[in-house]
Design a protein around this ligand. Structure first.
Ligand code: ZN
Length: 341
């Protein structure tokens, strides 16, 4: 089968032939139809320090997918051949206290497909049946292929109550934009999203009813005054990993405000903790998504009017994967979806 492989410890990915994976008694085999390119895949393509430390050379990459079950192990119940599906890419352990308490997303032994284990950038993917998320007819394959990052957005956005709240999102990448759409969908009053990339801010305003602010040329305080956000934002979602973004967020938050933090700062960065203490701010680190509660809520919202399709800006056949990665690396795109059919 065709597979996108990290074949060499250098920049790039390579299309190679691999054997179709064999499945165990509790696995299914999925014929992959569409896949999304993630920021994680760009790190792996670029072979940065994190990727070189984490990803084994020779690995089939990719973790955002939709497809169809074509084979199942002898012990698999409740799933059938032909079932359309996406799936949770975190393969959890079953021994930790967290896992045994049902907090699967907090299991420390988690391994990721396309990062530690063979991934979804291939014609076929083996996945434990436990990880499969069936897709209703109303969710097509291209939306199915971006449920993984949408899950990050939903998990971040639902970290705190947003009903009637003023929300600040720093970083208008695809996940920030989708989180903005979710915040509007669940009833936030104002959603302001900041970035310094005009293309992404424009996309944010196309996807969701939000106020985009280019902090390189606009004053956030003026925007707040215009929107009558008097004391500050109630909830912040930090999606940029940028020190200045977090600083600005702490500054613009109300007393007792809350921050959900998904952006990953590069290395250690200085934080003015006194402001966090005196403003009585709560910060929650967000990793992955709740398995499977986030999936449940995300699908329910998609079936009830949440529309994030416009965040997909580029679609390519998988043979054009290099163009797809170049578009992603340019920083001028939303989600890029590859078609394996
Ligand atoms: Zn992803």
């Amino acid at each position: 089968m065709k597979s996108l492989v990290k074949a060499k410890p250098e920049v790039g990915l390579w299309m190679q032939e691999r054997a179709v994976p064999e499945i165990g008694p509790e696995d299914v085999l999925i014929k992959v139809k569409k896949t999304g390119i993630c920021g994680t895949d760009i790190h792996i393509w670029n072979w940065d320090e994190w990727a070189a430390r984490t990803v084994p050379v020779g690995l089939v990459t990719g973790h955002e997918f939709a497809g169809e079950i074509v084979a199942k192990g002898a012990l698999v119940e409740g799933l059938s051949i032909g079932q359309r599906c996406s799936g949770e890419g975190h393969l959890i352990g079953k021994l930790s206290r967290q896992s045994r308490a049902g907090k699967f997303h907090l299991d420390p032994a988690t391994r990721g497909i396309g990062v530690n284990e063979p991934g979804a950038f291939a014609e076929y993917l083996r996945l434990p049946a436990f990880n499969v998320v069936p897709l209703p007819d109303s969710i097509d394959d291209e939306i199915g292929a971006i449920l993984d990052p949408l899950g990050n957005a939903v998990h971040t956005a639902l970290s705190f109550d947003l009903v009637g709240e003023d929300v600040l999102i720093t970083g208008a990448g695809p996940i920030g934009i989708m989180a903005a759409a979710v915040a509007r969908h669940v009833g936030a009053r104002h959603v302001v999203i900041t970035d310094i990339n005009p293309a992404r801010l424009k996309l944010a305003a196309e996807v969701a009813d939000v106020t985009p602010v280019n902090v390189a040329s606009e004053d956030l305080r003026e925007v707040m005054a215009r929107l009558k956000i008097v004391q500050g934002f109630d909830v912040g979602m930090e999606m940029s990993g940028n020190q200045r973004g977090l600083d600005q967020m702490i500054d613009a938050l109300v007393m007792g405000g809350k921050i959900a933090m998904l952006g990953i700062p590069p290395g250690k960065s200085p934080v003015d903790w006194s402001r966090i203490v005196f403003k009585a701010i709560t910060i929650k680190g967000v990793y992955g998504r709740e398995i499977f509660e986030t999936w449940y809520k995300m699908i329910a919202m998609l079936e009830n009017g949440l529309d994030v399709r416009k965040v997909i800006t580029h679609r390519f056949g998988v043979d054009e994967f290099q163009t797809g990665f170049e578009v992603m690396r340019s920083g001028q795109s939303g989600k890029v979806v590859l078609d394996w059919a």
